[in-house]
Design a protein around this ligand. Structure first.
Ligand code: PXP
Length: 253
């Protein structure tokens, strides 16, 4: 039986546009509401240490909305005490631990769970105890996947950025190699009992190959959908992404 593939819509860049002017418009909570109405299964938001897009007030507003609608909030955050305290306060359905560098434009690579095992494991333990479903954002490297499992996290999110970049830049062989690494990584993670998610850089062109990997249970997609929303609206952009995901999962349906 094929798993139903969930779509988490990352609304960070609604906050980026709002913050370009200050003030309250456009409101990421309203975007989350529209995304859910258009078929998103859940909402993802990254509270960065420098608060460059999503703010603490956004997380409070999103928590309230998603609790009310009984839908999952996936809080992406760095592995820091400050973020841990915020997560333990809101207790979102899911927490995705990501690496964070202040100078980067976006989350450039996966977490080094092998090197950071002793430091990451207690965070996972506290979040697990609080009832959050913890995922670790990692590259599809077998050592990282084994290390992720040893932390006690229930989920790994595989970083699709290298695959998506290779496709966009027309590096066909690299794209094939990155895709097979994602496939092998998903198989290994599922064999180890981990739930598998994937995300970063996914657009209409790349979603099909990723969605076709049968072990993947959830995709988290942000930047491209918010960009498309400028041209077609958020609802139509999400519905088209959903259709492409479904077509990849059940090509004969
Ligand atoms: N998953 C994780 C863990 C991320 O850090 C991001 C970017 O914030 C995404 C998914 C979404 O990536 P994009 O905005 O490129 O679709």
């Amino acid at each position: 039986m094929t798993l139903r593939l969930r779509l988490g819509v990352n609304i960070d860049h609604v906050a980026t546009v709002r913050n370009a002017r200050g003030g309250l418009y456009p409101d990421p909570v309203r975007a989350a509401q529209e995304a859910l109405a258009a078929g998103a299964d859940g909402i993802t938001a990254h509270l960065r240490e420098d608060r460059r897009h999503i703010s603490d007030a956004d997380i409070a507003g999103l928590s309230e909305l998603l609790n009310r609608q009984e839908r999952p909030l996936n809080l992406e955050m760095a592995v820091t005490q400050e973020m841990l305290a915020i997560a333990l306060h809101h207790r979102p359905h899911a927490v995705c631990l990501v690496p964070e560098k202040r100078e980067e434009r976006t989350t450039e690579g996966g977490l080094d769970v092998v090197g950071g095992h002793n430091w990451i494991t207690p965070f996972v333990g506290q979040l697990n105890e609080a009832g959050c479903r913890v995922s670790l954002f990692i590259g599809p490297d077998p050592e990282q996947i084994h290390a992720a499992q040893r932390t006690g996290a229930a989920v790994v999110e595989l970083h699709t950025g290298a695959f998506c970049d290779a496709v966009r830049e027309g590096r066909v062989e690299d794209a094939q190699a990155e895709l097979s690494a994602l496939r092998d990584g998903a198989t290994l993670a599922a064999r180890l009992g981990l739930e598998v998610h994937a995300g970063h850089g996914i657009d209409y062109e790349t979603v099909g190959d990723v969605a076709a990997i049968p072990e993947i249970a959830e995709l988290n997609i942000g930047h491209f959908l918010i960009g498309e929303a400028i041209f077609v609206g958020l609802g139509p952009a999400i519905r088209r992404m959903r259709d492409l995901m479904d077509a990849a999962r059940e090509p004969d349906a």
